[in-house]
Design a protein around this ligand. Structure first.
Ligand code: DSN
Length: 413
């Protein structure tokens, strides 16, 4: 690995090894993470990185783009086949950039957008005041029902009728349940709005047909290509045929300039890989593991927001354990389990503290962990929550976590 860097920059080389060691010896449970295959790592560093190209296949702004054209066309076809979409754009640099591409395609400054609140599971780019998009568009937000902690579809419908948004957004980064895309599409279309589904977190589950697809219902579907899709750090967008031209113009020149062709190559590989039975098996296990983890945590006195999960995310409300998200995250990090503190609906704590943590099961499932390991992880988490500042307790938990990672190597070859 990195045989040239090892010689020319040993200091940096050691940092990469240190990070590999951290990943290998920790139970990685950040819900937006996955482990990139060796092919994805290879392709992310391939010679396509040398090539500058802008525009679309057959209509480039730079010479020498013929091979890039072939590669992009191959990827677009694979994306269309995999997701049964009319059109695909693989140029966005990330899920956020994919969202900006759609905004550039269909919105004018001042237009109204209806999206889910960030602290109810939405995303920063869906109208958070902290994100610069909020300066240009009039974001109105819907949330979850207090009792069920599921999307409040009645509120969404009534806000759609009152505000007549140009764009309705479904999907987010901390919603552990399925979304009724058909119902949200009806609400958007009933007021002549468009539906954009941000499936960044669940794209791998959708590709493997483990959960329902938003593609039949949404005008646009945006995604990152990491997270459950298990690909490189990039983005992609699918859309219905009538929006194809506007979308492509929204992405380039609307939101980005030259393409990261090396990352696109890695996406193209993933679009083939995601159609394989082995990918589907992993995605099935991701969902089984999340359900099992939620159940085991609840047996240990934790409370899962919404009472469980249908995807790869378990969002824990830690108030029953009388600890904050920050304290739990830090204590788990010490023992070798990596999660992130996360706001829960109606969270009384600040975003830097929070009352919850978000846990994801993609990486552990890729490593081969199954239900018995989820039970063991839940038990370690319970021990940590019981005494998060007791070093002796944490050392004991660390030994258990290390024993587990040793049995499931990150890169077996
Ligand atoms: N949106 C952030 C997350 O879900 O963790 C980063 O992708």
């Amino acid at each position: 690995m990195l045989k040239h860097t090892k010689i020319s920059d040993p200091e940096l080389y050691r940092l990469v090894l240190e990070e590999l060691d951290r990943q290998e010896n920790n139970i990685e449970m950040i819900a937006s993470e996955s482990t990139e295959s060796e092919e994805v790592l290879e392709l992310s560093g391939c010679v396509f990185a040398n090539k500058t190209t802008e525009g679309y296949p057959g209509a480039r702004f730079q010479a020498g783009s013929q091979t890039a054209d072939k590669m992009e066309r191959l990827g677009i076809q694979r994306a269309k086949d995999l997701f049964e979409a009319d059109h695909a754009n693989l140029q966005p640099y990330s899920g956020s950039t994919a969202n900006y591409g759609v905004y550039a395609a269909v919105l004018k400054p001042g237009d109204t957008v209806l999206a889910m609140k960030l602290d109810h599971g939405g995303h920063l780019t869906h109208g958070s005041p902290a994100n610069f998009m909020s300066k240009f568009f009039n974001f109105v937000s819907y949330g979850l029902k207090d009792d069920t902690e599921l999307i409040d579809y009645e509120e969404l419908e009534s806000l759609a009728h009152r505000h007549r948004p140009k764009l309705v957004i479904a999907g987010g980064s901390a919603y552990p349940r399925l979304i009724d895309y058909e119902r949200v599409a009806r609400a958007a279309h009933s007021v002549d709005g468009l539906l954009m589904v941000d499936m960044a977190h669940v794209a791998g589950l959708v590709a493997a047909k483990v959960i329902p697809s938003p593609v039949p219902h949404a005008d646009f579907v945006t995604s990152s290509t990491t997270k459950t899709f298990c690909g490189p750090r990039g983005g992609m967008i699918l859309c219905k045929a009538p929006h194809a031209r506007a979308l492509d113009r929204g992405v380039f020149p609307g939101a980005i300039s030259s393409i990261h062709l090396n990352i696109m190559a890695a996406k193209v590989w993933c679009l083939k890989n995601a159609a394989t039975p082995s990918f589907r098996t992993v995605m099935e296990q991701v969902v089984k593991n999340a359900a099992s983890l939620a159940k085991e945590l609840e047996k240990n006195g934790f409370r899962a927001v919404s009472g469980g999960t249908d995807n790869h995310i378990v969002l824990l409300d830690l108030r029953s354990k009388k600890i904050t998200g920050k304290l739990f995250q830090d204590a788990l990090e010490y023992v070798g389990i990596t999660v992130n503190k996360n706001m829960i609906p109606g969270d009384p704590e600040k975003p830097s503290v929070t009352s919850g943590v978000r846990i994801g099961t993609t990486s552990v499932s890729q490593r081969g962990m199954k239900e018995p390991e989820m039970r063991a992880i839940a038990e370690i988490m319970n021990r940590v929550a019981a005494a998060p500042e007791d070093k002796e307790n944490l050392e004991g938990c660390k030994t258990l976590a290390l024993e587990m990672t040793a049995r499931f190597p990150l890169y077996p070859q």
